[in-house]
Structure formats: structure tokens, C-alpha cells
Design a protein around this ligand. Structure first.
Ligand SMILES: *Cc1c(COP(=O)(O)O)cnc(C)c1O
Length: 373
């Protein structure tokens, strides 16, 4: 690759890479493991067959019917959202990329609060911008005063806030988001990929959209809806944001098949989201079991748990994989991340983790734990 004339700022960068390692229990990419409902599978077959008849034509470039359905879904949660406020793309990663193309770009800056979603810096840089690392407290919450001070000093064009945050599960208080919005002239993008898993007391930033034209809430069907393979992400914002994205989106970016499949899935929203409570229950089971193993976790509003207390997290990652359980080493010393899924997966994970903790050989890898809050 070094022989090719790639852009100098890309030389030496690593691609996004959740290892796709074969393992009996893959608890590393926050997917929903529950199978799709049979009625949905049947309807998908019919809907895709019908859409196939029109594949000689380009799709609806503006995906109006799909955006209408997405607006209806968001409105269910209590905040009225219109189709003009919604935009959809191939996964929320493409949504984030279009936002970055429109609002960051060459010579401009995005601020995020790490550890957070690794694609925010990668997308910012790939679209020519500079990503600046904000800070979190040792307990992974955002210090609102410090964050506002950074925004005032740096004057970023985009502020990324992930809530609930990946990889920590931490929800961000609405007061923090409004304070950041008030402090900046730039855009505030709240990445809510895990919103459906939030605990009852954790409201969505959708409730803040009215009167805040520079606020964007990004969502996905990859996590709670269990449709990671569909590649469907979307945002809600002021209609002017949707207009701005028309300047950078590729023509006909969302295929007719994707639009048809997503609309069919949304027609089965209740059946798809029926597993969310079960997944939250497994998340809480993991959280509750950890202290008994001498381990700790970060409070989670997502479908995963950042757990730790390890002197050597990579050694524990390997020892779990040796027992058939693949979790994610997110590069935070002392911590690993596990996706909550089925009860069987929780059992397998907790059994394997118990063995690792009990193993004299691995004692040194486990014992540690001053994680500083
Ligand atoms: C998984 C995830 C996404 C999702 O991506 P898709 O492209 O919609 O699959 C976006 N943001 C965060 C924080 C995520 O963890």
C-alpha cells in the first residue's frame, strides 16, 4: 500500500477492525442475537420480490416513504418528528460520514469525548478534518464545565456526543448536550445507536430538537432492531440539516431493496423490539454478577457492559476466547467489553469468566484493580 500515492494523512492509519474471529459465542460487536420473527422473514421475501420487479429503475432518491415510516417510529417515543426532519443512509456510519462531509471537511475540526466510538475520528479524518480528543472523567462521564470550556476554546465545527456511549455504556445527561449546544456555533451530533436499550430514566436527545437547528440525533437499525446486515441508519434534525446533506450524498445512495426491507422491518417494529427488554435483563444480570467475581463494571444504558478490574485485559480476552467466548478488547487498560444477548450467552460468558478468575495461572491477569473510579 505504501507504494500507492494515497493521501499522506491516510498513510499509516489502520482500518476499522472488529476482529471477525470464529468463536462459539460472539459477544464482541453489540448485535442482537435473537432470530428475526418468522412473519417478518415471510414479509421480507414478498417485499423484496416486489421491489425486484422495479430494479431496472433507480430508487426514490429521497426515500420519502421510508423517511415517513422512520418519523412515525420516532414519534412513538413521544417527540413528534416529521419526514422532513429525517434522513436515512446505509448504516449510521454513512449518516456520520455525510454529516462530516457537510459540516467538517478540510481545514475544519470535530471534537469528541473519548473513549468513544472509534469511527468518529476515522470519519472526520477521512473527510479531511481534524479530530480533537475531549476528556472524560475517570468514571467515563463527561464533565460538563470542562467540555464547555473546550468547546469555547477550540470552536469545533462539529461536536460528537455518543449517548449511550460506546464502549462504556455511559448515558450523557441532556443538560450536558444543551450546554454544549449553547456553547458552540457548530453542529452537535448525538450518536444514539443504543437509545432503545437505555434505562427508563435516560431520555433521548430527540426531546431537545425543537428550537435547536444545529442539533442532530443519529440512530440505527443495526442494534436494537437486530438488522445489522440491512445497513440502515438515520437521523432526526431540523429540515435544513437534511437539505444540507443533499449536497454531499451520492445520488440514489439507498437501494430500492434496502428501502423496501427497512420499511418491512419497521412494519414489524413491535415484534423486533420485543427482545429489547430481554437483552436489557441479560445486561443487568452481567452487571449484577461481576462483583461476585471480584470485578467491576461501568453503569450501562446499552446492550453491552464494560467490565474490568484486570491487570492484563488482553490475557483475559485470550483466556475467554480459549473458552469459546469472544468479547472485545477496546484498548482501555484494565477493561473489556461484552455484548449482552441471550440468557445462554450470559451463562456461557459468566461461566467462562468465573473459570478465568479462578484459574491460578491467570491470577496475575485478573488481580488488580484500581481502575480509578
Ligand atoms: C454500532 C454503532 C453505530 C452503527 O453503525 P451502523 O453503521 O448503523 O451499523 C454507530 N454509532 C455507534 C456508537 C455504534 O456503536
Amino acid at each position: 500500500m505504501s507504494a500507492l500515492p494515497v493521501r499522506p494523512e491516510l498513510v499509516g492509519k489502520s482500518p476499522y477492525g472488529a476482529p471477525q474471529v470464529p468463536a462459539q459465542h460472539r459477544l464482541n460487536t453489540n448485535e442482537n442475537p435473537h432470530p428475526l420473527p418468522d412473519e417478518l422473514l415471510a414479509d421480507l421475501g414478498a417485499a423484496l420480490g416486489a421491489a425486484a420487479l422495479g430494479l431496472n429503475r433507480y430508487p426514490d432518491r429521497d426515500a420519502v416513504a421510508l423517511r415517513t415510516d422512520l418519523a412515525t417510529y420516532l414519534t412513538r417515543s413521544g417527540t413528534p418528528v416529521t419526514a422532513e426532519q429525517v434522513w436515512a443512509a446505509n448504516g449510521s456510519n454513512e449518516i456520520l460520514q455525510q454529516l462530516s462531509q457537510a459540516f467538517v471537511g478540510a481545514g475544519r475540526t470535530a471534537l469528541g469525548f473519548t473513549p468513544s466510538y472509534s469511527m468518529h475520528p476515522l470519519i472526520t479524518e477521512a473527510t479531511g478534518g481534524t479530530f480533537v480528543d475531549g476528556h472524560r472523567r475517570a468514571d467515563f462521564t463527561i464533565d460538563t464545565g470542562a467540555a464547555v470550556a473546550q468547546v469555547r476554546e477550540l470552536r469545533p465545527d462539529v461536536v460528537f456526543v455518543t449517548s449511550p456511549n460506546n464502549p462504556t455504556g455511559t448515558a450523557v445527561a441532556l443538560e450536558t448536550i444543551t450546554a454544549l449546544h449553547d456553547a458552540t456555533d457548530g453542529m452537535v451530533v448525538v450518536d444514539e445507536a443504543y437509545a432503545e436499550f437505555a434505562r427508563a430514566a435516560t431520555p433521548s436527545a430527540l426531546t431537545l430538537l425543537a428550537g435547536r437547528p444545529r442539533l442532530v440525533v443519529s440512530r440505527t437499525m443495526s442494534k436494537a432492531f437486530g438488522m445489522a446486515g440491512l445497513r440502515l441508519g438515520y437521523l432526526a434534525a431540523d429540515p435544513a440539516v437534511v437539505d444540507a446533506l443533499q449536497l454531499v450524498r451520492l445520488p440514489y445512495h439507498l437501494s430500492s431493496l434496502t428501502q423496501a426491507a427497512a420499511r418491512t422491518a419497521l412494519a414489524h417494529t413491535d415484534a423486533l423490539l420485543a427482545t429489547v427488554d430481554a437483552v436489557k435483563h441479560e445486561r443487568d444480570r452481567i452487571v449484577d454478577a461481576l462483583p461476585g467475581l471480584g470485578l467491576t463494571s461501568v453503569p450501562s444504558d446499552a446492550n453491552f457492559v464494560l467490565f474490568g478490574g484486570f491487570a492484563d485485559a488482553p490475557a483475559v480476552w485470550r483466556a475467554l476466547l480459549d473458552r469459546g467466548v469472544l468479547v472485545r478488547d477496546v484498548g482501555l487498560p484494565g477493561w473489556l467489553r461484552v455484548t449482552a444477548g441471550t440468557a445462554e450467552e450470559t451463562d456461557a460468558f459468566l461461566t467462562a469468566l468465573g473459570e478465568v478468575v479462578a484459574s491460578a495461572h491467570l491470577g496475575d491477569a485478573v488481580a488488580s484493580g484500581d481502575l480509578g473510579g
